[in-house]
Design a protein around this ligand. Structure first.
Ligand code: PMP
Length: 405
């Protein structure tokens, strides 16, 4: 069939495809443990439900302004003032269907064919594919010290005259690592000096542990919102565990937003007014929902660390935030795709291969699940891989015997 070469070359989202595989296995009655999830199990905050239900009840569900309803934009402006210490105008904000669509729209708006965008490994799976979708070139920068924290010297070496932007995601999906204040300060100064856009994907910025607090990149620039190279992306998916509501937003100079509005106007028009009302409800309601989610995730992180630390040969960096960690399984298998398939088949545990995040030999494990599933999941992985663990295990009603070690 004759299809676009570019479209055909875009990889399937591995996380969404694994969700589907897990769903199908569960439908067949298999006792699958999902350590691949990119969403917490909490319910949406009550105020979000009430505001969206009220909107739906009016029956008045029509197009909204392309950039979002004014009352939601007002809530985003307040959020930006409170969390980023920046006073911005409605012209600096655009609301879209999730941070994912915001980012795609932004890349479409910034990138000319052959422009390069720097992506810091380990990275979120969608960055390189989205950059390629707008005919840009993803330039992956991997810390040469083998760690998960980016280093300025590696980034500086990768910058060329084609570099248009750098994407920073801290705390980071998939490692959970939060980048240091020193690094954020240096990269802001570097981008402002070089005229490179700094795209801050702040989608997890409040899901931090051990008393850590978000770092606003705006703190490190003296430029005003219209002339800074700092662009921030955020949303309700992770902050409130409202992934299915599909609302995200961007804060950027007006000149960028103006073009993004045209792009959005010619593609999706706007996002649903019902879901925008939900986002407004979440942002203006009691923020205790965020604290409750953060505390639950911190506890889950502790359980996951405890379980993995007792796993011979597995090395793990303790996450500072998010709901992921990226343990190193190279002692068992250097091929993470192979390992992920093996664990799903033999132990019925969903993991995500590190290869997809630019870190081969690792697996991304999510602790946005129950404590019981974290414990059971790691126990099963141990059973499948570690000869020193018991030879038999029960999966559901079935007694499984390890006969491959
Ligand atoms: N950025 C990162 C780093 C993410 O992990 C995700 C979701 N997995 C997104 C953006 C997209 O979030 P949204 O649901 O708002 O599209």
């Amino acid at each position: 069939m004759s299809l676009s070469q570019l479209a055909k070359s875009i990889a399937e989202s591995p996380t969404l495809s694994l969700n589907e595989q897990a769903r199908l296995l569960r439908e067949k009655g298999e006792d699958v443990i999902h350590l691949g999830a990119g969403e917490p199990k909490n319910k949406a905050p009550i105020n979000a439900i009430l505001t969206s239900a009220a909107r739906l009840n009016t029956g008045d569900v029509k197009y909204t302004p392309t950039d979002g309803i004014p009352s939601l934009k007002k809530a985003i402006i307040r959020y930006t003032e409170e969390n980023y210490d920046r006073v911005i105008a409605p012209e600096n904000v655009l609301v879209s269907a999730g941070a994912k669509q915001v980012l795609f729209n932004l890349l479409y708006t910034l990138v000319n064919p052959q422009d390069e965008v720097i992506v810091l490994a380990p990275y979120w799976v969608s960055y390189p594919e989205m950059i390629r979708m707008v005919y840009g070139v993803p330039v992956i920068v991997t810390p040469e010290d083998g760690g998960f924290h980016p280093r300025m010297q590696d980034i500086e070496k990768s910058v060329s005259s084609y570099t248009k932007a750098i994407i920073v995601n801290s705390p980071n999906n998939p490692s959970g690592v939060m980048y240091s204040e020193k690094f954020i300060g240096e990269i802001v100064a570097f981008c402002e000096r070089k005229g490179i856009y700094l795209i801050m994907d702040d989608i997890y910025h409040k899901l931090l542990f051990d008393g850590k607090t978000p770092i606003s990149a705006y703190r490190f620039t003296t430029k005003d919102i219209e002339s800074t190279k700092v662009i921030s992306i955020n949303g309700i998916s992770k902050l409130y565990g409202m992934t299915g509501f599909r609302i995200g937003w961007i804060v950027a100079p007006k000149q960028i937003i103006d073009v993004m509005i045209n792009v959005q106007g010619q593609t999706v028009s706007c996002t649903s007014v019902v879901l925008q009302a939900a986002a407004e409800g979440a942002l203006t309601g009691l923020q205790s929902a965020v604290d409750a989610l953060r505390l639950m995730l911190e506890n889950n992180r502790n359980v996951m660390m405890q379980e993995l630390n007792g796993f011979q040969g597995v090395k793990v960096t303790k996450p500072d935030g998010t709901f992921y960690c990226l343990p190193d399984f190279r002692a068992y298998n250097k091929d993470s795709v192979d390992l992920c398939k093996f664990l799903l088949k033999k132990a019925l545990v969903v993991t995500v291969p590190g290869k997809e995040f630019g870190m081969e030999g690792h697996l991304r494990l999510s602790y946005a699940t129950t404590v019981k599933d974290i414990k059971k999941g790691v126990e099963r992985i141990k059973w499948a891989l570690d000869p020193s663990s018991p030879n038999e295990i029960y999966i559901g009603e079935r007694k499984m015997v390890r006969d491959w070690l």
